[in-house]
Design a protein around this ligand. Structure first.
Ligand code: S3P
Length: 195
């Protein structure tokens, strides 16, 4: 008991550094969080959690259905709760939803719990990825390419200050090949290994 609390105290003071790894990828929709997160987890031999999938599994509802039935506000509440669940797990890579860091004190929580990495991409890159992707995203559903780029520009400006709090930033260009994925994954693995 005494030894246990002593170790806990040392840990708090940073005297013992645990080898536990927890990496959280953040960034706008279409930045590549899920694509890179999955490969990164494999590369580092960690477990992978996609926060959207985790919410869908826990509540047995797809994201568009949650938006429809509970509104965006309801979704944000569930998203926050689930962030706190996966945020306690050890040896994981977590990819957040695009809006996760921008609500409540989520970004501070992410930084407290993990090595956060902002996958930063220009609006044109995000648009390109979103037009290629097949995921259903309620916030951009039914938008023409022109409306989409206008929406991305506007909302990215609002979100950027939250994303900018991440401990690390990786600049992302349009991802076309497996080689590009591997290069980004190596870059993320390297920057997060130093801390
Ligand atoms: C959202 C992004 C989505 C999902 C939801 C809301 C957002 O996740 O959480 O549709 O507010 O940017 P992805 O970034 O994985 O698409």
């Amino acid at each position: 008991m005494f030894i246990g609390s002593l170790i806990e105290e040392f840990r708090k003071q940073g005297i013992f550094k645990s080898n536990m790894k927890r990496i959280v990828l953040i960034g706008y929709m279409g930045a590549g969080k899920t694509t890179l997160g999955r490969v990164l987890a494999k590369h580092l031999n960690l477990e992978f959690f996609d926060l959207d999938w985790y919410v869908e599994n826990r509540y047995r509802m797809k994201i568009p259905q949650i938006f429809q039935e509970k509104g965006e506000e309801g979704f944000r509440q569930l998203e926050r709760l689930m962030l706190h669940e996966v945020g306690e797990m050890e040896d994981v890579v977590i990819s957040c939803g695009g809006g996760t860091p921008c609500f409540f004190d989520n970004m501070d929580y992410i930084n407290q719990q993990a090595e956060s990495v902002y996958l930063k991409a220009e609006p044109e890159v995000l648009k390109e990825h979103l037009l290629m992707g097949k995921s259903k995203r309620p916030l951009i559903e039914g938008k023409s390419p022109e409306e989409l780029i206008a929406f991305i520009r506007e909302s990215l400006q609002i979100r950027e200050p939250f994303y900018a709090k991440a401990k690390h930033v990786v600049n992302i260009d349009v991802i076309h090949t497996k080689q590009q994925i591997d290069d980004y994954v190596n870059q993320i693995a390297q920057i997060t290994s130093k801390s």
